[in-house]
Write a protein that binds this ligand. Structure first.
Ligand SMILES: *Cc1c(COP(=O)(O)O)cnc(C)c1O
Length: 435
């Protein structure tokens, strides 16, 4: 499979280049030249395929010319080594739990797959690879854990000082070895800008072998399509329509779902559920895209004012707003509504949902009342474990949230970070000195 840049359709590369470069040299995002459909037989008898097998079949269509079957199957087995269970709240309302990985967020899927894939490609080369990642919370820790102790790869994680939770920060800053946490005096958008500047800086790139690892990397995106199939497999009543609500920020997760649909997965509608950072909802509802500085919310991994993956969504739909609106509904919910979602899910169903999932829940609940459809399956993607947002949930529900062992372990470790301003020259100087 070949991949093109969203900035230039003639800029075509192979899978390895797309993965190792992350962002195209012209600043665009890589997209597959075509989206291969998964054989209808697989979708029709999906119950017979385990998660790893589904993931393997999908990946083979995109990377099979460059990675042999046995290496590919090793990559999948090592990367996707935890489940994605669908939990029924009631008959037609389900939660897809995507938090069973090492850092308790859905980003583990993409980050682990990308790490194993890059590790595979880097083995063939002599030089050291340096990865730069901007994170608004969960990306960084998922990437850090995914790449931890990978030979030949160093990871630099930029996160906005004071704008990630204590637990998120501990996950980012306690690994050490090949992982360095850069604490930036600024917002997530500043972190993203710094990373983008670094990639277009010719001097820096001539000295360092640099690549990205956030949700713009195609190897982060592809594996996120796996669990949509895995979710569909677990839906009991497949004869009625299915609507998936995706708590969204940088839109990687939603884009992966739209790609799964293009592969042939029968999902009728996607809901792009956003918090007070409503740029995407405005775009879907009006066609006008107007980035704005991000504002801080309870669902902080969705605090994105200029979502990168919108470029991919526009590509997928040939920039036709009516086609986008046919497949995607989007609405914004503020923190008060998010809290209400947390409370309602607990009171009605006894389920503890995190603030991101709560935004997804509110959107589904609203959509149900506006949609003319009779009964339909509603799947909410639960993108993080509630224990990562313990304080808000305990405050809202007055109960104690248990912290899973794998999370508790890092809380006792010492934070280690490098503090930098949001001035690009400072980052550049640090990188040149560090590597
Ligand atoms: C990253 C993240 C999101 C947003 O996902 P995007 O792919 O950036 O839209 C939602 N919830 C959690 C917990 C996240 O970590």
């Amino acid at each position: 499979m070949k991949f093109y840049s969203t900035n230039d359709k003639k800029n075509i590369v192979d899978f390895e280049t797309a993965v190792m470069e992350g962002l195209a040299k012209d600043g665009g995002l890589f997209m597959p030249v075509e989206i291969p459909s998964l054989q209808k037989e697989i979708i029709d008898s999906i119950e017979n395929f385990d998660f790893g097998e589904i993931a393997f079949r999908i990946t083979k269509n995109f990377a099979g010319e460059e990675i042999g079957e046995s290496d590919l199957s090793d990559i999948i087995r090592e990367a996707i080594n935890f489940p994605a269970p669908l939990v029924n709240l009631k008959d037609d309302l389900m939660i897809l739990e995507l938090f069973h990985g090492p850092t308790l967020a859905f980003k583990d899927f993409g980050a682990r797959f990308m790490a194993k894939t890059m590790g595979y490609f880097v083995k063939k080369k002599e030089s050291t690879l340096n990865i730069l990642v901007a994170t608004s919370g969960d990306t960084g820790s998922a990437v850090a854990y995914g790449f931890y102790e990978t030979p030949g790869i160093n990871v630099y994680i930029l996160y906005p000082k004071g704008k990630v939770s204590l637990i998120q920060e501990k996950q980012l800053t306690t690994l050490d070895k090949n992982i360095t946490a850069l604490e930036i005096d600024g917002t997530f958008d500043d972190c993203q800008r710094l990373v983008k500047n670094a990639f277009v800086d010719e001097e820096l790139n001539s000295k360092l072998n640099l690549t990205s690892a956030n949700s713009i990397n195609i190897a982060r995106l592809l594996p996120q399509s796996f669990y949509y199939f895995e979710a569909y497999k677990q839906i009991r009543e497949k004869s009625i329509h299915s609507v998936f609500s995706v708590p969204s920020g940088n839109l990687g997760n939603l884009t992966a779902g739209l790609i799964a649909k293009k592969m042939g997965l029968p999902i009728t509608k996607f809901i792009g559920a956003v918090n007070s950072n409503h740029v995407f909802a405005d775009f879907v509802n009006s066609g006008i895209f107007k980035p704005h500085p991000s504002v801080q919310t309870l669902s902080n991994a969705m605090d994105v004012g200029n979502p990168s993956n919108l470029a991919r969504i526009r590509e997928l739909y040939g920039d036709s707003l009516s086609d986008i609106q046919r497949d995607i509904h989007s609405k914004s919910y503020d923190d008060a509504q998010t809290r209400r979602g947390i409370r309602e899910v607990y009171e009605k169903y006894g389920y503890i949902i995190d603030p991101h999932g709560a935004v997804g829940y509110m959107a589904v609940r609203d959509y149900e009342t506006v949609s003319a459809a009779a009964k339909f399956n509603k799947v909410i993607l639960e993108t993080a474990h509630p224990a990562k947002f313990k304080d808000v949930i305990e405050d809202e529900l007055g109960i104690e949230v248990e912290v899973p062992e794998r999370l508790a372990a890092c809380l006792n470790k010492q934070k280690k970070s490098v503090r930098l301003s949001s001035d690009y020259e400072e980052l550049k100087e640090f990188l040149l000195g560090a590597v």
